[in-house]
Write a protein that binds this ligand. Structure first.
Ligand code: SF4
Length: 739
């Protein structure tokens, strides 16, 4: 090569972090293109940084994604389609050990043929797509894939696993998934982080909270676990799991008994206030009674309720609640979220800049999802009707029992997994793995890595990262819509979701014009139409071309005469049937069956409440396979955190190998006797099932690896059919000790 003629150029591309996180960061990717003397080009992303122009990202990324190039260029990336070799049992091998490379044509032809055969023999509903928020880009999350499965007549998937209970609950009270803008938290005088580990998974809210604290605000964390956020708060209230609804009711009890409510606001903006008053003032919601249930003493509840209600009055700074989804991953999580969400309706905190509540802001992005997903295509399927719905939170049941009852419809015979790793993240793991191991189940997995789920695949397809594809994205923690431009070419033969389903549609013989739509056309459709005339008013003036130019644009949400955007500050914001904040039906606290106050605790076999937590440095199971991320997590990976009294009662010392078990399964870990959990609660972190090195939680039995989800249940939440990861009873013993 003539070195004098070789040259290197850099360009910066605006992208968006597509991982399942409220922050939806604006990302700047520096791409270096080296051109050789022969004209050949070599392109590589060399730097990733937070966009300094993005009002929430403010130029920094979390520790997980700051190392993102390790993920993109990992030597473990899946780069080619692969087929499971004859003789490789499902769930026993990954990569070249059990799979052989094939071409995309072979892979797609085989998938199409198998799906056609299965649909003909068993009916199209015997095919189950399984996806979630591995990417939250609008196209990657749900677009051509939905069209494909709708046209096929495949079972519909109820995507409930993470946030459905909370979302349904929030909408039942407000009629909209909106909340306090993150920037406005800087004006709060009291911030309550309720089940919200802001440091762990909402880090871009933190600077605004720090601003508020510099002005004298107090930060109170309500969480059973001493998170990184709790450790730096002014006050940490270690509530017992599943009792948040009772705490909220006790706060209402104090506020209403002491006439601290905002009657003017309640009368203008709420419905059902008198019914709620009567309910909350019952003796069972008095702080003394709540203290017995929540583990938080009565005086603390009184003090918090008064401080909460008085914030914002007489010119003081208001109270803002950052409620997060951990609260709703409990059997009665929907009711708990409803109760917490009613607090600012009683105090009128929504009226003030810096007051209110944020659970999700996703309702600020009124995408044209029907245009994107085309549910009416189901009527063009062989079914000629909408297909049955299968709840993803009960995947174990779906793969092992669905179809046993003739009313169920067919047994699941094909599983198509993308944007998810259910072998690691779905509850009741032993049932899930038993189902996935079925030799009569045809499984396709579209992935970036050889995950736990890919081990069970018949065909594995390589997927792009967000640097390698284009997408449009909203957020559930702020109000900016963004364009994620493609920064680099796909690595190896990786392909994005839309390409895969477009190609499969051709092979299935689907002739509808929508299967030829390009990604840009679908972005236009999501925004409401190419001319934007058919779009929602909040997308006014926001076009693909503008987003390509500007990177991010603020949604055109209503503002008051002062120019303030204050959700629920007046009645015009509510999307409920009454046009008011709904305080009925009143929230009734019921202890989870699997909790110390529930029916499953009565026989005493499993007396400890188990929190299978998300790791601080992973995103569910994403990142758990990367050495750099594992190093950040090393102090807690594979550890069972215990209260000293619970450990002593079982003759367990720090560092002992322990077995955690219940009727559903067992895993082994190392005891970490620390102050992170209250008595009666144990906690461990989610990771991949089969990892070596630092991930001591690897648990292999009969060839199949397991993690904390071997213990979790398929019981679903009271609202929305969500997963109940935080309603789990277990017992713990030193490993090797016979019960
Ligand atoms: S995971 Fe969240 S905080 Fe981290 S870069 Fe992505 S959006 Fe930002």
């Amino acid at each position: 090569m003539n070195r004098a003629e070789a040259r290197t150029e850099q360009r910066v591309v605006h992208a968006v972090c597509s991982h399942d996180c409220p922050d939806s960061c604006g990302v700047l990717v520096t791409v270096e293109t080296a051109t050789g003397a022969d004209g050949g080009k070599n392109e590589r992303a060399v730097k990733i940084a937070g966009d300094p122009a993005h009002p929430i990202t403010q130029g920094f990324l979390c520790g997980k994604v700051a190392k993102y190039l390790d993920r993109v260029y990992s030597p473990d990336r899946l780069l080619y389609p692969m087929r499971r070799k004859n003789g490789t049992a499902k769930g026993t091998a990954r990569g070249a050990d059990g799979f052989e490379r094939i071409s995309w044509d072979e892979a797609l032809d085989e998938i199409a043929e198998r799906l056609k055969t299965i649909a003909t023999q068993w009916g199209p509903e015997s095919i189950l797509p399984y996806s979630y928020a591995g990417t939250i880009g609008k196209l990657g999350f749900g677009s051509m894939d939905r069209r494909f499965f709708h046209r096929l007549g495949a079972s519909q998937l109820a995507r409930t696993i993470c946030s459905e209970a909370g979302g349904v609950a929030l909408k039942s009270v407000y009629g909209a998934k909106l909340g306090t803008a993150p920037e406005d938290f800087a004006h709060a005088g009291l911030v309550i982080a309720w089940g919200a580990n802001i440091h762990g998974n909402n880090i871009h809210l933190w600077p605004f909270i720090e601003d508020a604290r510099r002005m004298g605000a107090r930060l109170v964390v309500i969480d059973p676990y001493r998170t990184r956020t709790a450790a730096v708060a002014d006050e940490h209230l270690a509530i017992r799991p599943g009792t948040d609804g009772m705490l909220a009711l006790a706060m209402m009890h104090v506020i209403l008994a002491e006439n601290l409510e905002d009657r003017e606001y309640m009368s203008a903006c709420t419905a059902g206030g008198e019914e709620l008053r009567t309910h909350a003032l019952q003796a069972e919601h008095a702080p003394e009674r709540a203290a017995e249930i929540t583990g938080i003493d009565a005086e603390t509840i009184r003090r918090l309720a008064r401080e909460y209600a008085q914030a914002g009055r007489d010119g003081s700074r208001p109270a803002a609640i950052r409620l997060n989804y951990g609260t709703q991953r409990s059997e009665n999580g929907g009711t708990a979220v409803r109760a917490v969400c009613m607090l600012p309706l009683i105090t009128g905190a929504w009226k003030y800049v810096g007051g209110g509540l944020q659970l999700s802001t996703s309702g600020a992005f009124p995408w044209n999802s029907d245009a994107l997903e085309m549910p009416d295509l189901m009527k063009a399927s062989p079914l000629k009707r909408h297909a049955r719905v299968v709840n993803m939170s009960r995947l174990g049941h779906a793969l092992t029992e669905l179809g046993d009852d003739p009313n169920d419809g067919p047994t699941v015979k094909a599983l198509f997994v993308y944007n998810s790793n259910p072998a690691a993240v779905a509850p009741n793991q032993n049932a899930v793995l038993r189902g996935m191991a079925r030799e009569d189940l045809f499984t396709v997995v579209h992935e970036q890595f050889f995950t736990d789920t890919a081990e069970y695949a018949d065909i594995v397809l390589p997927s792009t990262t967000f640097l390698e594809t284009k997408d449009v994205q909203g957020a559930y923690g702020h109000f900016y819509v963004q364009m994620s431009n493609q920064a680099i070419a796909p690595l190896g033969e990786a392909r994005n979701n839309t390409w895969v389903f477009r190609e499969l549609a051709k092979r299935m013989g689907f002739t509808e014009a929508c299967f030829a739509d390009t990604d840009d056309q679908m972005i236009d459709q999501a925004l409401g139409g190419t001319s934007n005339t058919g779009g929602h008013a909040w997308f006014a003036g926001i076009t693909r071309q503008r987003l390509e130019r500007e990177g991010h644009v603020a949604m055109a949400l209503p503002r008051d005469a002062r120019g303030q955007m204050l959700p629920f500050s007046d009645a015009s914001w509510f999307g409920t049937a009454s046009g008011r904040g709904e305080l009925t039906p009143v929230p009734v606290f019921v202890p989870p069956v699997e909790s110390r106050g529930g029916a499953a605790a009565v026989d005493g076999r499993f007396p400890l409440e188990f929190l299978p937590r998300k790791a601080d440095n992973y995103m569910n199971s994403t990142f758990a396979n990367l050495p750099g991320h594992q190093k950040m997590e090393v102090a807690k990976a594979g550890m069972l955190e215990m209260h000293p009294a619970d450990a002593a009662a079982r003759q367990i010392a720090n560092g002992d190998a322990v077995e955690i078990f219940n009727a559903r399964g067992a895993v082994r870990m190392e005891a970490l006797v620390d102050g992170a959990v209250p008595q009666g609660v144990v906690a461990a972190r989610l990771g991949w099932n089969r990892l070596g090195g630092v991930e001591a939680s690897s648990n292999v039995a009969n060839g199949a690896a397991r993690n904390v989800n071997a213990l979790t249940s398929e019981r679903v939440t009271d609202m929305g059919g969500g997963a109940t990861f935080y309603s789990v009873l277990v017992e713990v013993r030193r490993a090797g000790v016979v019960a």
